[in-house]
Ligand binder design. Structure first.
Ligand SMILES: Cc1ncc(COP(=O)(O)O)c(C=O)c1O
Length: 349
């Protein structure tokens, strides 16, 4: 029975959803949304704050500042509240209202940039604002998730070994790429452990992380408008890109099964299913990482007006017949195909 006295002390590390009801191939989804901050960013936030404390950079007078599309901001708000630091989150209009309210409820300040003040999009505007702030106030401590090695080290220390322990015969790992902290931590761990695991990065169309042309992206979490400084492409076997409309459809397909995940999970699952289909990978054991849950996206990904306004009136028209894995209630049977190597816990080990 976990009993904690600080919110960051708890994180569910061993929960997977078997996606064979959705996908004709063995695919297990590692759920990272079950902690008090509601996302995978808790691990990076914790590691970056602890590193700054170890380095003597953080003092009781410090003001933590960070650029975040939401989830890191919530995680840092929680840790800052728990440890007694002040925190200012610099974000942009794509950060949804619930997330902004969550940060404020935890006692943080939230600053929204408009994006117009920089030629490099919202991210450029957020970073310009922070640089300016740090230059004017020496109490400001910028953790800089885009460059901070503690970001990827958190996943090297925790996320990758947890997956490897549950899936000793893992063949493919699908990881969404934002700052690429999760991707780099996992990729480095599997490379150094000399495990023959294929690392597939999943990115959004419109992101420039892996060299694609820039374009509009409305779903926070994945993708970058500049090349991610943490990214070492030599550790990534392949990168796939997913259209946001497809992300939305996949989120809704998961929701029809009762699994309400965040937008980036729709991207990762869609990219993974497509990859597995193209590689006819019935015999491979695959894991994808789900960074958060869906409640924060009720007014965007799960809101028909928002979806149709951005992606067209047909965006949600997919009928059940177009969903090969769908089983109408009461029709029974074990959906999906293939015999994957199950996680260790299935085997009672
Ligand atoms: C919902 C969501 N998905 C995915 C990611 C990407 O994770 P990373 O920054 O480790 O690449 C983030 C990061 O903020 C996120 O908030």
């Amino acid at each position: 029975m976990p009993v904690i006295s600080a919110p960051q002390a708890f994180n569910e590390e061993d929960l997977y959803v078997d996606l064979r009801s959705l996908c004709a191939h063995p695919l297990f989804l590692k759920c990272e949304g079950f902690n008090f901050s509601g996302s995978i960013k808790l691990k990076a936030a914790n590691a970056m704050v602890e590193a700054a404390e170890r380095d003597g950079v953080l003092t009781p007078e410090s003001i933590l500042v960070e650029s975040s599309s939401g989830n890191l901001g919530v995680a840092l708000s929680m840790i800052a509240a728990s440890k007694g630091y002040r925190f200012l989150c610099v974000t942009d209009p794509r950060c949804n209202l619930t997330t902004r309210l969550l940060m404020k409820a935890l006692g943080s300040q939230v600053h929204l940039v408009s994006g117009g003040e920089s030629g490099s999009g919202y991210l450029g505007a957020r970073l310009d604002f922070i640089r300016d702030l740090c230059a004017r106030d020496e109490r400001c401590v910028w953790l800089s998730q885009y460059t901070n090695p503690a970001n990827w080290q958190a996943h090297y220390a925790r996320t990758a070994p947890a997956i490897a322990q549950e899936f000793p015969d893992l063949d493919v790992l699908f990881v969404g790429a934002g700052t690429t902290g999760t991707l780099m931590g996992c990729a480095r761990w599997f490379r150094e452990a000399e495990r023959p695991v294929r690392i597939v990065a999943v990115d959004s169309v419109g992101s420039v992380s892996f060299g694609g042309p820039p374009g509009r992206r409305m779903i926070p979490g994945l993708g970058m408008s500049v090349r991610p400084p943490l990214l070492d492409e030599s550790l990534v076997d392949e990168a796939v890109r997913v259209e946001e409309a497809e992300t939305i459809r996949t989120c809704h397909r998961l929701a029809r099964r009762g699994f309400l995940f965040g937008g980036s999970t729709g991207t990762v699952v869609s990219g993974a299913m497509d990859w597995l289909e193209r590689h006819r990978a019935e015999d491979l054991t695959a894991v994808a990482i789900a960074p958060d849950l869906g409640e924060r996206y009720l007014d965007t990904v799960y809101q028909a007006n928002w979806v149709e306004g951005l992606y067209g009136s047909g965006a949600l028209d997919e009928d059940e017949e177009a969903d090969p894995g769908y089983r109408a209630p009461g029709t029974g049977g074990t959906p999906g195909a293939g015999e994957p190597a199950p996680p260790r816990s299935f085997l009672g080990q």
